[in-house]
Write a protein that binds this ligand. Structure first.
Ligand code: ADP
Length: 150
């Protein structure tokens, strides 16, 4: 008998949940892509958020569903509007690393009122996008706490 309370045990389990174990594959578009292409990609890839990279492959922006909706209700030609005009851009992007705790990412999602963050790795000119964590992965991590193998 360890003498630990159930709250302590739950906290210990929570602190073992890391980004590495729950991340999904990121969906990435280039800065020159049009808003039209981004909307098609969101449907084809069945995601809510796209990450944008520059010509050197570094993270440069984030596109959410509402960013794309907002652009769509304007009087603009979506086929000639590049995504870099409407995206949220660096350095205002909240990111995480593969060794971060799911709990800390969840706090960040709440605090920043966003649905997802890119998992990044530092490279020479900026950040390479290697994964994504969304509210769905946070939900999956939450449910995993009821499995005995965690
Ligand atoms: P939606 O806009 O579809 O509700 P979000 O809540 O994720 O989706 O996005 C809200 C705003 O925050 C959008 O303008 C989006 O570009 C921006 N955003 C989304 N994710 C991030 C992030 N990881 N870092 C910074 N800004 C983000």
């Amino acid at each position: 008998y360890t003498g630990k309370s159930s709250t302590q045990l739950l906290t210990e389990k929570l602190k073992k949940l890391s980004v590495r174990d729950f991340q999904a594959v990121p969906v990435i578009v280039k800065e020159q892509s049009t808003v039209y292409d981004a909307i098609v990609t969101i449907f084809l890839e069945d995601v809510g958020t796209l990450f944008v990279v520059d010509e050197s492959g570094c993270l440069s922006g984030v596109l959410s569903r509402k960013d794309l909706l907002r652009a769509s209700i304007g009087q603009q030609d979506l086929n000639s509007l590049p995504v870099n005009i409407i995206m949220t851009r660096m350095p205002n992007i909240t990111v995480c690393k593969k060794d971060d705790l799911i709990l800390d990412v969840a706090k960040n999602l709440l605090e920043k009122q966003i649905d997802s963050v890119p998992v990044v790795k530092k490279i020479e000119k900026g950040y390479e996008v290697t994964g994504r964590i969304t509210k769905t992965m946070i939900t999956r991590a939450f449910v995993s706490l009821t499995n005995d193998d965690h």
